[in-house]
Design a protein around this ligand. Sequence first.
Ligand code: FMN
Ligand code: SF4
Ligand code: SF4
Ligand code: FES
Length: 778
Amino acid sequence: MSRLNSIDDLTKLRRQLKGETFIPDKNRVRICCGTACVASGSKKLVKELEAESAGKGIELEVVKTGCQGLCQKGPVMSVEPHGFFYQKVKPDDAKNLIAHTFSAGTSLRSLLYRDSIMTSPVEEVQNVPFYKKQLRIALRNNGRIDPNNIHHYLAVGGYTAAEKMFGSMTSDSVLHEIDRANLRGRGGAGFPAGKKWAHTNKSPEKTRFVIANGDEGDPGAFMDRAIMEGDPHSLLEGMLVCAYALKAHYGFIYVRHEYPLAVKNLKLAIKQAEELGLLGENILGTGFDFIVDIREGAGAFVCGESTALVASIEGERGFPRPRPPRLSEVGGGLWGYPSNLNNIETYACMPPIIEKGADWFLGIGTTTSPGTKVFAVTGKVKNTGLVEVPMGTTLREIIYDIGGGILDDKEFKAIQTGGPSGGCLPAAQLDLPVDFDSLYRVGSMMGSGGMVVLDEETCMVDVAKYFLSFTQSESCGKCPPCRVGTYQMLQILERITTGHGEHGDIQRLIDLGKLIQKGSLCGLGQSAPNPVLSTIKYFRHEYEEHIYDNYCRSNVCSNTGVFLIHQPDCIRCGLCKKACAFDAVKETKDIYTIDRQYCTKCKACYAVCPVGAVKIKKQSVVKLEEQFRIPTDKLEVLERRAKMTLKDVLSSKPMKVFTCKKDCKLADAVTLMDGNNIGSLLVVDDKENLLGIFTERDIMHCFAKKVAMNDELMGNVMTANPITLDSSVDIAVAVQLMSDKKIRHLPVTEDEKIAGMINYRDLVSYLLPEVIYMAEDM
Ligand SMILES: Cc1cc2nc3c(=O)[nH]c(=O)nc-3n(C[C@H](O)[C@H](O)[C@H](O)COP(=O)(O)O)c2cc1C
Ligand code: SF4
Ligand code: SF4
Ligand code: FES
């Protein structure tokens, strides 16, 4: 590879490569050799295809590409000149593939993509639904080129931005263009790259560093790995653009050591770029130097945080440092020099912006978040993988049009965005156009672009516990709110998910979460409570069911619910009896029943029953059944009724809520209750926050204690911090709670504000028609 000594040399080489690389109408396969496809055998497939085509005397170009996105269906490949897309190709398929496609010119049906066995296969890659709605900027070369061949990158337009920049732009005009494009950082916070650069550029210190963050610690995210493995030169060219703008001469790529292929491909790419004179000293004869090196991290999540990352490169322990000084300031960056840190995807977007201009970029995406974003879509969705779409694409389009919908056609329950620091959004948010700001507004975040799709069988409390346990174990321990607070939150979640939740636990989680957000030094602690707070915001009823009804609607949490056998479904196989280690399944007169006294709720019977006859019921519903003596098979109807929410009760019988302040005289409060014929009064502060409740029973206590009616204030006689339930909670839970706690009046909240009052009589009368109907039926 001879060195390019001028911009002209580069132009000529590209022109030459364009003519001789990827010649149209040639037999060619572009096989994915990304980590996931290699794991499913793509290397062996390459060998088989090469051997088979040579044996048949067919000239075949095999391009070993990086990740093509649809990892779940790997190994995947595109075939030219036909345009076919093949998936799940095994080495054994090589013979048939060569015979059908390259000898006969027809597609091999068994390897084509199809949504399900009911739908026809799709031949061409551009018609595969997974790719149809995608627009690729950061991933523009993934799946097209061999990352180990710099000529491929040049042939598809690589280093055109460098050519333009060195040929016709000043450092300031490069900075201005990136700033004008409003390219927001793809690593998490969405801070505009141009603004960050301008800050570094202001520094009086002229030694500056350019750093690329390839730590990618979010579980499930792998877009940065895909770029580093599949198109390393787009990262190097992006870093070169940044270095030129900041007049920086040294760069580091920080990669986690669990990404060996990324490290290997990056090392080779740096070597090739240096040999060609596109990196290193005197780039393209312009006199500009930029030397890039790689630093491998040990895989701690916190090392992705900017200051911890800097400490790690310096050889220190990856502990976050207080800011200011910021990385961009003297004293804040690498070895105290001002440094610019951007994410891998952010850098990969820079060359096309310089090449095509900021206006082109601004024309894609939304007003405040231009461009595209790569998402790692995982979880209960049919097509998992990497998806790059314009900002503003809705969650529904990503999950259903691209992702193919929910696995096994189950119900969608939620989507977790932003990795362990993000939040969970419910079905009501499916039409949300996704960008940095919209996600933040609804209580989640973009993060690095992780998207975990959750179906009806997911317990949202368990999900929150899962994400919190990740951040808790990854906390570096430097500051107590993060170290101790996340542990305490986890303890509370642990007891809720094992059926030992207590009244007040939800508020404790909220209070601790807010405290941790405020008191933590770095983004790890500041965002760790997000999954818990967002699930409380959107799925509070699930928390309340666990706590007040000892029930997990998704049957995920152990030690919850009441186990019983639904006799009409039971085929009397006896498997449950054999499975129960506690002898809780009893057999009498050929009927199997579960003795609750011995049942430990271990779920062994539930797991073995071949026909789903073992049911896990709500404690409250079973209690209603026993109170009204309704047989189990009739219970379904009552359960449906009891599944109505408190919101339904409130809207069927709207009632004014009467409130007073803490300094209201007891006599005035009683007069108010008497005048309006109400049994309870809520005590609130100036912002209408609930402080306490005062009921008829409290009046009796005051009489008994001979309290001075005209002098005593409500603040002294009310019941402080009363039990409340969210309006999304089922009636059954409220009945259970009110009978357990022996309360008759229940304030109902929505978004933590008072939404109404419900009394026990209202609930029973709401259920009564159904009960009477069933009693008549019996
Ligand atoms: C705990 C924690 C982990 C992080 N991990 C990463 C990471 O793996 N990759 C990344 O690019 N940014 C990560 N970030 C964000 C970085 O601190 C930083 O904001 C980002 O790399 C800046 O690049 P950008 O502006 O291009 O997004 C993390 C932040 C925190 C608080
Ligand atoms: S917030 Fe957590 S991870 Fe960050 S410095 Fe403090 S203890 Fe360490
Ligand atoms: S395993 Fe299921 S079907 Fe078999 S006896 Fe038990 S409840 Fe009935
Ligand atoms: S690794 Fe092959 S498609 Fe992702």
